[in-house]
Design a protein around this ligand. Structure first.
Ligand SMILES: [Zn+2]
Ligand SMILES: [Zn+2]
Ligand SMILES: [Zn+2]
Length: 772
């Protein structure tokens, strides 16, 4: 060691450091710095022993964090001095397997640049091989059956490596060292096309797929986490036919586009959005659509944005190789059913939807839908956190024992905690049918096994009829576990606090604007200002409750909500307004009677319903065919230059929308442009939030504001609200890791459940049968 004293260091690293090329990185780094010793995976991370001169050790330690592989994520690194043992050279030692130990597992990763180059290089041995991957990219979560993450415990176990792949797999200087899904055309998975009882293999299958898409066909294409249904997004006939077959009326379809150049022809892309499109997660990014492109009108009716992703598997890249137009890539399922993952299921369930099947024989162990994100103030706002993100954990502000939080009804995800991590599940979907419930149950079992976490507490929503709530009670009974039921909007706010690392040692002012959630008084909440920590919350202000004739079903017909809101606010008659044309006089009579007699007419303080009502009044959306449609179409029309707003009044802790609705009617009758009114409405809500928060902050001394709930998927509203709060000297907590919608509440449930169970002696924790 160049004549200097040899010193030793013992280094322990935790985080996502397995299956991401960390050991070969350490190996090569040690060689570069002339250090001896070893590296190995252990129960909770990576252990390293290195020896050499002080200067080289220091340089090694710096490089360890600065140059770590792109997909690794170091949570902690400890280095302690230890006596020198004079190792011979540097080696990678075999993993220590410890019973009950766990490791964060890497999500699936989009094709990397090195593999892309090889895929398109005629001289490479994996030229045009649709399953090329390496340590830096490829399937992970979707193929892992159990830990440790080794090939025999993945769906790649059926493919024996050829000698070339094996040599790469065992060579620490190779990019494919210990890349578990490593494969080539000789030894790995194969692709084929099934059409009309015929079968085409390999490149011929890909070429025929491209040709069929060009002719307007609809194809089922097996991807990373499930099947997609694909068609030419510029072919109106094909897209309309896909809608007809899927019975999907308006809900927008996601698109895949060849590259940034193609995406920019159709959408405006900010640098932050481009970064997300090209991130290893490669999510669907909601982008502002350019006007008058050749995208078929049926792709995203009533939308200002398009959901776009890049080709993230090598198979996708090959489809786009020769001038493919944008493709619709929507999940391969019937409405509200889980995405199809196996070839047999696809043949059975997608036969009425697809003209042909592009399949392969690498099995998908766990289904994972595409993720969806938006960008707000240059930062990521998750809308659906699934492929590429799950099961990457959210780091918790404190350690938790294993807690299972089952989430809500819509956009369900669940959460399993262990130590300082919250493992948020992939997107399960709307828990409205048996097959989604089964998918949820499989997911829970898989997570418990993968993370070696057997829950000591179960947490659910307070709504007794959610399928997830019923599941939680049944599990608590069967397993003899305590159960805590958490108020829906409290969970939203706690999720926002937890992902921001809030310790919960002081309350925040949570603004939870949402669609639906059961309140503690039995009414439907959703326009809430809550002073909350993890243990408690106090409802300090809320939208004045309004009648909701028909209950949840009314959300499908916003015109009914508009009528009920006008009636309740003494703003009828309104027969002269366009929305009234969408209601028969019989319907109006029924609504009047329902409200008068209180038949099937719950009260709601929901902000989501106010958006529905205004969207209908403005003539934007009177009938909704998917959740949130009225609000999304209202946001899409906002004139960004308009600064006007409508008044809202405060009566004690109740916010009265009567003056706002009255002024909206004045504007409609004065023929004010819809875009102006849509903007004024958004401005009003933002000003109201700022005013109410300032008022409560002044009275309570609480200056941290957490914004959560489905309404805050609206980046126009967020963009207007955040600056107003910050100008008032308030600190704003937003969602960047889990969605503000119900896809994020499991995180809040877990933390609240744990803290509440801690605060109460265990005997007093509500047990199965005593709650609700
Ligand atoms: Zn790669
Ligand atoms: Zn091979
Ligand atoms: Zn909610």
């Amino acid at each position: 060691m160049q004549g200097t004293v040899s010193r030793g260091k013992a280094i322990h690293i935790t985080g996502i450091v397995q299956g991401v090329g960390f050991r070969p990185f350490v190996y090569n780094l040690a060689l570069r710095h002339h250090l001896s010793g070893w590296v190995r995976n252990t129960s909770q991370g990576v252990d390293i022993r290195v020896e050499g001169c002080q200067a080289q050790l220091d340089a090694f330690l710096t490089a360890l964090t600065n140059e770590a592989p792109p997909l690794s994520h170091i949570d902690s690194l400890t280095a302690t001095d230890c006596p020198s043992e004079t190792f011979e050279g540097f080696e990678i030692r075999y993993s220590e397997r410890i019973e009950g130990a766990f490791q964060p597992i890497s999500p699936d990763i989009a094709l990397c640049d090195d593999c892309l180059r090889e895929l398109l290089d005629p001289n490479d041995r994996r030229y045009r091989y649709p399953f090329i991957n390496c340590t830096n990219c490829g399937p992970r979560f979707t193929i892992i059956e159990d830990i440790p993450y080794d090939r025999p415990l993945t769906t790649m176990s059926t493919f024996a490596m050829c000698s070339d792949c094996e040599a790469e797999y065992h060579d620490p200087t190779n990019r494919r060292f210990h890349a578990q899904p490593v494969a080539c055309a000789e030894c790995g998975p194969q692709v084929w096309l099934e059409v009309d009882g015929q079968r085409a293999e390999g490149d011929a299958a890909i070429c025929q797929t491209i040709a069929m898409l060009g002719q307007g066909a609809i194809l089922a294409i097996k991807g990373l986490g499930g099947f997609h249904l694909a068609c030419d997004a510029t072919n109106e006939k094909a897209v309309a036919e896909l809608r007809r077959r899927k019975h999907r009326v308006d809900k927008p379809f996601a698109l895949m586009m060849a590259n940034l150049d193609q995406i920019e022809t159709y959408c405006r892309v900010s640098p932050a959005e481009a970064n997300l499109l090209y991130s290893p997660a490669a999510p669907i990014v909601l982008l502002n659509q350019r006007p008058q492109t050749d995208i078929a009108p049926s792709v995203a009716p009533g939308q200002a944005s398009l959901g776009v992703m890049r080709p993230y598997t090598p198979l996708h890249v090959l489809l786009f190789e020769e001038g493919m137009p944008p493709l619709v890539m929507t999940s391969g399922n019937h409405a509200e059913e889980p995405i199809v993952t196996t070839n047999d299921e696809a043949r059975a369930h997608l036969a009425t939807l697809a003209d042909a099947f592009l399949m392969h024989n690498r099995d998908i162990h766990i289904r994972t839908d595409d993720s969806v994100v938006r960008v707000c103030n240059n930062k990521e706002l998750p809308i659906r956190r699934s492929r590429g993100y799950a099961p990457f954990p959210v780091k918790l502000p404190f350690e938790l024992p294993p807690v299972l939080a089952v989430g809500g009804e819509l956009k369900n995800t669940f959460c399993l905690t262990r130590n300082g991590y919250a493992f948020m599940s992939h997107h399960i979907g709307n828990m409205e049918n048996l097959s989604t419930l089964q998918s949820f149950e499989q997911g829970v079992q898989h997570f418990e096994r993968l993370f070696r976490a057997s829950p000591s507490l179960i947490v659910c929503d307070q709504h007794p009829d959610y399928l997830a709530t019923r599941y939680a009670h049944q599990q608590a009974k069967e397993r003899g576990l305590p159960i805590v039921a958490v108020q829906h909007h409290h969970a939203h706010i706690a999720a926002c606090m937890a992902e921001n690392g809030h310790l919960g040692d002081r309350p925040v002012l949570g603004v939870c604007f949402d669609g639906t959630g059961l309140g503690t008084d039995g009414t439907i909440w959703g326009g809430e200002f809550l002073l909350a920590d993890y243990a408690h919350f106090e409802r300090v202000a809320y939208l004045k409750p309004m009648p909701l004739p028909g209950g949840d079903a009314s959300t499908r017909k916003p015109a009914r909500i508009a009528y009920a809101y006008l009636l309740a606010n003494d703003l009828l008659p309104a027969d002269d307004l366009p929305f009234a044309e969408h209601l028969s006089s019989a319907e109006m009579t029924v609504i009047q009677q329902q409200i008068a007699k209180g038949i099937n007419t719950p009260l709601t303080s929901s902000m989501g319903r106010l958006f529905d009502a205004v969207s209908a009044l403005l003539g934007i959306c009177n009938t909704a065919t998917y959740e949130g449609q009225a609000a999304i179409e209202l946001e899409a029309l906002v004139d960004v230059k308009e600064g006007g707003f409508y008044p809202m009044a405060c009566a004690g802790s109740m916010i009265d929308m009567q003056p706002l609705l009255a002024q909206v009617l004045v504007d409609i009758r004065a023929n004010v442009p819809i875009a102006t009114m849509a903007a004024r409405f958004h401005n009003s809500v933002a000003y109201m939030i700022a005013k109410v928060c300032q008022h409560i902050a002044a009275n309570s001394g609480v200056t941290e504001i957490a914004l959560s709930g489905g309404v805050f998927q609206n980046v126009t509203l967020l963009g207007k609200t955040v600056p107003l709060l910050e100008e008032a000297g308030l600190t704003v907590l937003l969602h960047h890791q889990v969605p503000p919608n119900d896809g994020g509440i499991a995180l809040g449930q877990a933390v609240i459940g744990y803290v509440q169970a801690q605060n109460d002696p265990i005997d007093e924790v509500e047990r199965q049968g005593s709650v609700l």
